[in-house]
Ligand binder design. Structure first.
Ligand code: UDX
Length: 456
């Protein structure tokens, strides 16, 4: 099929390249010419494992190209994927749907033949029904210009795998024709056994935000348990393992630590609360506010722990920060808990050196007041405290004995509960974590397995 992908951010660029991989003719369009220029050259504008190869393969096949206006997109495609961002509105919990609206208003007047516009952006429930009316009203094709909603659930770091082998495909449609088009688009995935759920527009919109709100709730639940474990002298890592053996609960997204961040979970959670208020069900969704509060408190907890370990004040303390991305395998620092802690520690008077294997450039732009360095030893030179804030694999491979020779004081806060604590302790380090703190035999089984970490 001839398809366009409008908005080539994280979601759109990956989706465009994956659709070409599935055999479609794909045109990616974006309002930022420099982004399009990079993509057209085969350069991913962000770090994502496998993306450079996928992009290069698509371009070489002749099925994937980038550039052009919305008018050209309308000429080219029979299906148009909407992949523009819906960030949190400044000063509000709600999502900003302006970009989605602008694309519909810009594209619709050029739709002269039957077309299916497929929303993938995460929007408040009710947005699609409204946009569908605008589309029909503005398109010369009238009712032959249809809207469907097909949310994506891709995780950064696993974006290609999640797009080409998703665990479900949701088709929010208002006609059998739209449903058939979506099934045809995803035919290779459906024949590989991916479940396809046909539903209405509103349920499809809710699928994405409610999945993210649920995941956020799981993380904040285990983080609340981590505080309880600290207070009671119990161990949250073992607790998560025990809970995880219950199939109804599952181990994934039960890793206690610094909490969630990124471009999706925090904003989707807040947008859901805001939409619930608008729809008069604020009371039913109030707990999601607590999920957000628990999550944000993790950051203050780590700053407080660092301050305590420094003797009550962070003023002039040398702090090494390992990790700036909101999670491993990405260079994304949006709503990054790691960068928030680094910034707070700096604001408390510490000299802060930040290291991240992939996110250094983005971290520098987002937090220019901090010192950003390119190797772990440099970050840790003369450090009084090392804060492990993003669980990159390479940090697990650090030799604590060698690093001890570099720092001023061998003190580690493992805010992700992910390093081999026994090794660090054996090398003379004081190690503190969240919810799993006391030194002793039970740490021998720690940290959680590499497998569990890969899964998150
Ligand atoms: C998320 C959803 O998983 C994905 O389905 C959706 O499409 C977009 O939002 P992503 O933002 O890439 O994906 O990150 P995810 O892997 O879900 O992690 C979110 C945050 O939760 C990260 O900051 C991570 O460090 C944190 N997390 C995850 C925990 O703190 N503990 C866990 O056990 C799991």
């Amino acid at each position: 099929m001839n398809i366009t992908v409008i908005g080539t951010g994280y979601l759109g660029a990956v989706h465009a390249a994956c659709m070409a991989k599935l055999g479609h003719e794909v045109l990616g369009v974006d309002s930022q010419p420099e982004r399009i220029a990079r993509l057209a050259k085969g350069e991913p504008p962000f770090f994502e494992p496998g993306m450079a190869e996928l992009l290069a393969g698509g371009i070489a096949s002749g099925r994937l190209s980038f550039g052009g206006s919305l008018a050209e997109a309308a000429d080219f495609g029979d299906v148009h994927f909407l992949c523009v961002g819906t960030p949190q509105l400044p000063g509000s919990l709600a999502a900003d749907t302006r970009h989605v609206e602008a694309v519909i208003e810009g594209l619709a007047p050029h739709l002269r033949r039957p077309a299916l516009v497929v929303g993938k952006s995460t929007v408040p429930v009710g947005t699609a029904a409204r946009l569908a009316r605008v589309l029909v009203g503005l398109a010369p094709a009238g009712a032959d210009a249809e809207l469907a909603w097909n949310p994506e659930f891709l995780r950064e770091g696993f974006a290609i795998q999640d797009t080409l082998a998703p665990d479900r495909i949701v088709g929010g449609v208002t006609s059998a024709r739209a449903d058939a088009t979506l099934r045809e688009l995803y035919a290779p995935l459906l024949s590989a056994g991916t479940p396809y759920i046909r539903t209405d527009l509103g349920t499809a919109e809710l699928a994405k935000v409610s999945a993210n709100a649920f995941l956020a709730t799981k993380i904040s639940f285990i983080n609340a348990m981590a505080d309880l474990c600290d207070a009671a002298g119990a161990d949250v890592v073992t607790l998560a393992e025990i809970l995880g053996h219950d199939d109804r609960i599952g181990r994934r997204f039960l890793s206690a630590g610094l909490g969630f961040g990124g471009g999706c979970l925090p904003k989707d959670l807040r947008a859901l609360v805001a939409r619930g208020e608008e729809l008069g069900v604020a009371d039913s969704l109030r707990f999601l506010h607590e999920v957000d509060v628990i999550n944000t408190a993790r950051r203050a907890r780590v700053v407080e722990l660092a301050s305590t370990l420094a003797g009550g004040s962070l003023d002039s303390v040398h702090v090494a920060v390992l990790g700036a991305a909101f999670k491993p395998k990405t260079d994304d620092v949006r709503e990054s808990p790691a960068l928030a802690v680094a910034t707070a520690v700096h604001a408390a008077g510490a000299r802060v050196r930040v290291h991240d294997p992939q996110a250094a450039d983005n971290a520098k732009k987002a937090a220019p007041a901090l010192e950003h360095v390119h190797d772990v030893e440099k970050a840790c030179e003369d450090a009084d405290i090392v804060l492990h804030l993003t669980e990159w694999l390479e940090y697990r491979q650090i030799d604590p004995m060698a690093l001890r020779a570099v720092v001023r004081r061998p003190v580690l806060v493992d805010a992700r509960n992910a390093l081999p604590h026994e090794r660090w302790r054996a090398a003379g380090w004081t190690v503190r974590c969240l919810g799993t703190d006391s030194p002793g035999p039970r740490h021998q089984a720690m940290p959680r397995s590499a497998q569990a970490q890969e899964e998150t």
